[in-house]
Design a protein around this ligand. Sequence first.
Ligand code: GRF
Length: 237
Amino acid sequence: MARKIKVGTLISGGGTNLQAIIDACKENRISADIVFTGSDTPAVKGLERAETAGIDTFVVDYARIIQSCRSGIADTDLPADFDLDDIMAKQKLVDPSDETAAFFLKSRAIAEKQLLDYILSYDMDLLVLAGFMRVFTPYFIDRINTVPGKHRIMNIHPALLPAFPGTDGYGDTFRYGCKVGGCTVHFIDYGEDTGPIIGQKAFEIEDADTLDDVKRKGLAKEWELYPACIQKFAELL
Ligand code: GRF
């Protein structure tokens, strides 16, 4: 059995994937312990799940931060080590010529700095995004992935990437008329849902299936896949 790795988790909502990982850790099915659960949204069910399991929690309220940025961002609001030119050149999330690109990157970096202040206070091997519905700029990614070539941020996506990136993988799969759906665990890179794939699970979509059926089948696969991918990481560390 691999040594126990320390896993940080980030969520935005219900946290059923988080629960699957909590259970896998508790039952020693994977060589991992969760050291914190952070959320970009206050009072979500996933935070309650973490608290019930005795895990430290914190909230960085992205919606509030972005809203307050709309009244203007002063240089002093930005992290001291924020370099817009560097972040703009590396990122693959927004069109640099778009007039909202700088606002997007600056406002996200302000939120990301608050996340980093919490996260970097923990000893952590791996950061797991368990239904965390925000993208990360290179500002954040470079401060977690500090060893060149070594990925440390994992995400789960509700489709068989590279098909259907974006926020509604099961919806897009269903509306396209696919007969097979699935989920993907991958590492985060500078693009959206583009990083190296760690694992995938597929399921059949019957003609009579509704979107709810697709989501139900997909989530059941996610709960198997995510702990398995964390274990794979632990064994390779
Ligand atoms: C999952 O479908 C995941 O793939 C997507 O968001 C959903 C989160 O569900 N990124 P939960 O919060 O883990 O229940």
